[in-house]
Design a protein around this ligand. Structure first.
Ligand SMILES: Nc1ncnc2c1ncn2[C@@H]1O[C@H](COP(=O)(O)OP(=O)(O)OP(=O)(O)O)[C@@H](O)[C@H]1O
Length: 575
């Protein structure tokens, strides 16, 4: 699984292969030009000072200024290129990861990694653009600097190698000891952010139920945990950063000391003494940078691993064949549904057939499985067993976006998106069809109501707070369900927020849909909602109790009810 996901990530990375090569070549020249400083020192000490030649000093200084500016330009360009490589990687995978995160919410066995998918992608993007990755490009050139030191004197070379080995050892130890605290800090900060956004989203309820104190307390505990974990991780990696830095400075001084000793022993020139110390600094810089940037590195690596699991577990949507617009014929065949993350089925072996122009009322007590049926009829949840067929084809044979056009859905809790009413009815399409929007609103008996709003169809609404009443939201939700002329409509408690006018408008809408040969499902508690239904499906504890023409089913239920009452009376049961 993970390998498949990893292969997808590697493919995305490969798209920028040429740019990586370019940065590699630039890095070679940048590192070569880094020799400018030590060579300048060498010449100033050993030539200029001994010959007291101003001309040489000026010529050398001009040359150095030129070389440094070239180095600066190359360094700047490679930074910009990596910025774009990171952005390209993210842009290439954004849609895919978002799709997988969304799919995961409807799957029974979704991976834990789905919760942080987009955050993980950002962490990888940040790593690609960070100085830490640039340090990796510089690392292969470190031997060049060490080789330079060896040329000056083998003893100095040995000191440089020993120092580098110790620093690499510290870096590895850093990785081992900070991995867990950094992971914990990331998880804790994610949890506290999630809690904060949930409280913000439900701010009205938090205010009205006097939950502010309790919500703040809980949030603060989560925040405190996150802070503790972050401080722990920062302490751990900070210790290594400080250790590496002071050790590197000490090494540079030790190199100077050794150089001075060799000068005194007449085995080295003063210029080589200074140049050796600078070369050492250059050679060790990438290792020091890697240790300092370890948190970014760790987050990026962890993000990569988690993304590989997510993408490996949730494969890309297959291209499905374009089926013609289906006729309104719907068949449920032995359908069993297990909600996401649950073990127990909430619908078991449900079968029924609905013909064009029929409206089906679905009734049952709370928790019987009505909303579950709505979700499986719209393809939101996949059946764990059995099939739902629309015009002969199982729902999973349709592309999910295309299926959404054929089956309109009004969920129990209508959620609008930030945007205008027109955009919401047009299901946030980038090219809303005005005529279709009005048509859908008229069918949902929402047109007049929308026109009365300050900006009509262009009135802005928002996801969390808004100027619309519950009934208005429900009617806009109904219009959204009807947008694009779907052949099946699934309405989950459509009149829960409607007044009498709204209810009769809804019944009128159902009548029109039936006359157009559409199928309508109405999950309902209130009798007014099933007034226009011809068929009735009764669900009890997830099983089909009855299905048939409404009047027959109702009279059967009344008969059963009376019998139960009678037998209870005979046995002296509770009346
Ligand atoms: N998202 C979910 N995750 C886990 N279990 C769920 C989920 N949605 C529903 N269930 C479970 O499925 C069963 C049926 O719930 P469902 O919402 O379908 O009932 P309902 O008939 O629509 O009830 P109500 O009339 O109260 O809306 C319940 O036991 C519920 O716990």
């Amino acid at each position: 699984m993970k390998q498949k996901g990893e292969a997808e990530l590697v493919d995305a990375r490969k798209e920028s292969r040429q740019l990586y090569w370019m940065v590699g070549i630039f890095s070679f020249f940048v590192n070569l030009l880094m020799l400018t400083g030590p060579l300048y020192m060498l010449n100033v000490y050993d030539r200029v000072l001994s010959s007291r030649s101003f001309e040489t000093l000026i010529a050398l200084s001009v040359l150095v200024a030129f070389l440094y500016s070239i180095m600066g330009i190359l360094d700047y360009v490679r930074g910009r290129v990596m910025g774009r490589v990171g952005a390209r990687f993210q842009a290439r995978l954004d849609r895919r990861v978002f799709g997988a995160v969304l799919r995961a919410t409807t799957l029974n066995r979704a991976p834990r990694e789905a919760a942080t998918g987009l955050r993980d992608l950002e962490a990888v993007q940040r790593l690609i653009t960070s100085p830490a990755l640039m340090a990796l490009f510089d690392l292969p050139w470190a031997p060049l600097f060490f080789w330079g030191i060896f040329i000056f004197h083998p003893l100095m070379g040995l000191l440089a190698i020993v120092g580098a080995v110790i620093l690499i050892g510290v870096a590895l130890f850093n990785q081992l000891t900070t991995k867990k605290p950094l992971e914990e800090a990331n998880a804790a900060s994610f949890a506290s952010e999630q809690m904060g956004s949930q409280i913000r989203g439900e701010s009205e309820m938090v205010h009205s139920l006097g939950m502010r104190g309790a919500a703040f307390d809980r949030w603060q505990i989560a925040r405190g945990k996150s802070l503790d974990a972050t401080i722990g991780a920062a302490d751990a990696s900070g210790t290594f950063t400080a250790m590496t830095k002071s050790f590197r400075l000490f090494l540079q001084s030790a190199m100077l000391g050794l150089g001075a000793y060799l000068v005194l022993m007449n085995e080295l020139s003063p210029g080589a003494m200074i140049a050796g110390s600078i070369l050492l600094g250059r050679g060790l810089a990438p290792i020091e940078l890697l240790v300092g940037q370890w948190a970014v590195f760790q987050k990026g690596r962890e993000g990569w691993r988690r993304l590989a699991v997510l993408l490996g577990t949730i494969p890309e949507d297959e291209q499905r064949m374009q089926l013609p617009k289906p006729k309104a014929r719907l068949l449920a065949d032995q359908v069993t549904v297990v909600p996401p993350g649950e073990k127990q089925a909430s619908l078991r072996l449900i079968s029924f057939e609905v013909k064009p122009g029929q409206a089906v009322g679905v009734i049952g007590t709370s928790g019987a499985g009505k909303s579950t049926l709505a979700r499986v009829l719209t393809g939101v949840w996949q059946p764990a067993g059995g099939k739902i067929r629309l015009d002969g084809a199982a729902l999973d044979q349709y592309d999910p976006d295309v299926l959404g056009q054929h089956i309109g859905y009004l969920p129990q809790r209508v959620q609008l998106f930030d945007g205008t009413i027109k955009e919401n009815i047009a299901r946030m399409s980038m090219q809303p069809d005005d005529a279709e929007v009005v048509k859908a609103a008229r069918k949902a008996a929402a047109h007049e109501m929308i026109l009365k709003l300050p900006d009509g169809y262009d009135t802005r609404v928002s996801a969390n707070t808004g100027r619309l009443s519950g009934g208005q939201i429900q009617r806009i939700g109904l219009a959204r369900a009807m947008y694009g002329d779907p052949v099946v409509l699934v309405l989950d408690e459509p009149n829960s927020n409607l007044d009498n006018d709204g209810s009769s408008a809804l019944n009128q809408a159902i009548k029109t849909l039936k006359s157009e040969g559409k199928i309508v499902f109405i999950m309902a508690h209130r009798p007014a909602a099933i007034q226009e239904c011809d068929m009735l499906l009764v669900i009890e504890a997830g099983a089909r109790r009855a299905f048939g023409p409404k009047d027959e089913v109702l009279s059967e239920m009344v008969k059963n009810h009376n019998e139960i009452k009678r037998s209870a009376g005979k046995t002296g049961g509770v009346s």
